[in-house]
Design a protein around this ligand. Structure first.
Ligand code: NAP
Length: 242
């Protein structure tokens, strides 16, 4: 069975990615950290449209939880292998560096950068054995350009971009591609507190993006036809920066 794992699939961009990948025929593992109700909503919508999947709770930034929950899933499901991985889980906790607390720095790095490492390391083995895999990391404009008030978030996302390019070269000959998608301002819970009316003035497309528009780019990168695209970062930011 064709199987995909989307981290942070309970809400926002991750939820749209789950829908997209389910529509491509994948059995989708919808990961979440705490929001079981929303994860079940994502799964319910997939099933309503004739797709299939399951929810799987773990904190991507916890080595122990990733090993226990995802490791256990892989061990138990020998009939399935995860051929598509979308590392989407992420948080922000903004503040000027001068006043940034250890916890703000550590939690943001742990979720995006450590999370990428713990989850990908586990899933990679199956892809290498089967000689096929698609990995897409959801990064950010912030990791390319750097945004003031986001030294923690910019560092985490820039770190994932570097890891994307390095890993892509390690695994290319085994049929595994590794790419990143870098959204700008997308309408989700993460950007809820931002003033779109004020910020859209600087976006050439003159609006925030939709989660489905990010999911479309992810869907393209995980398609079999995208096999010659690897170590790439696709911007989905309405022309804001490239
Ligand atoms: P969101 O609406 O806040 O959703 C975040 C998702 O990540 C939720 O499903 C959440 O699970 C999950 N999550 C958070 N920490 C986790 C952890 N430690 N382990 C497992 N799951 C975790 O965010 P979003 O806007 O969709 O963002 C998705 C990704 O896009 C993030 O990596 C973000 O940095 C990136 N991004 C977003 C924007 C934007 O404008 N929205 C722009 C650039 C990049 P729960 O529901 O259980 O909390």
């Amino acid at each position: 069975m064709k199987c995909a794992l989307v981290t942070g699939g309970s809400r926002g961009i991750g939820r749209s990615v789950c829908y997209k990948i389910a529509a491509m025929g994948y059995y989708v593992i919808v990961n979440y950290k705490t929001n079981e109700t929303e994860a079940n909503t994502t799964l319910g919508a997939i099933k309503e449209k004739g797709g299939d999947g399951e929810t799987l709770q773990f904190d991507v930034g916890s080595k122990e939880q990733v090993q226990a929950m995802l490791g256990n899933w892989i061990e138990k499901n020998t009939d399935k292998y995860i051929e598509v991985l979308v590392n989407n889980a992420g948080i922000k906790d903004d503040g000027l560096m001068m006043w940034m607390k250890d916890e703000q720095w550590e939690s943001v790095i742990r979720t995006s950068l450590d999370g990428f490492f713990y989850v990908t390391r586990l899933v990679l083995n199956g892809m290498l054995l089967k000689r096929y895999g698609r990995i897409v990391n959801v990064v950010s404009l912030s990791g390319l350009k750097g945004l003031p008030g986001q030294t923690n978030y910019s560092a985490a996302k820039a770190g994932v971009i570097g890891a994307t390019k390095a890993l892509a070269q390690e695994v290319a000959k085994r049929g595994v591609t590794v790419n990143a998608v870098a959204p700008g301002f997308i309408k989700t819970d993460m950007t809820e507190g931002l003033d779109e009316n004020e910020l859209k003035a600087m976006i050439p497309v003159k609006r925030f993006g939709l989660p489905e528009e990010v999911a479309h780019a992810v869907g393209f990168l995980v398609s079999p036809e995208a096999g010659y695209i690897t170590a790439e970062v696709i911007n989905v930011n309405g022309g804001l920066y490239s």
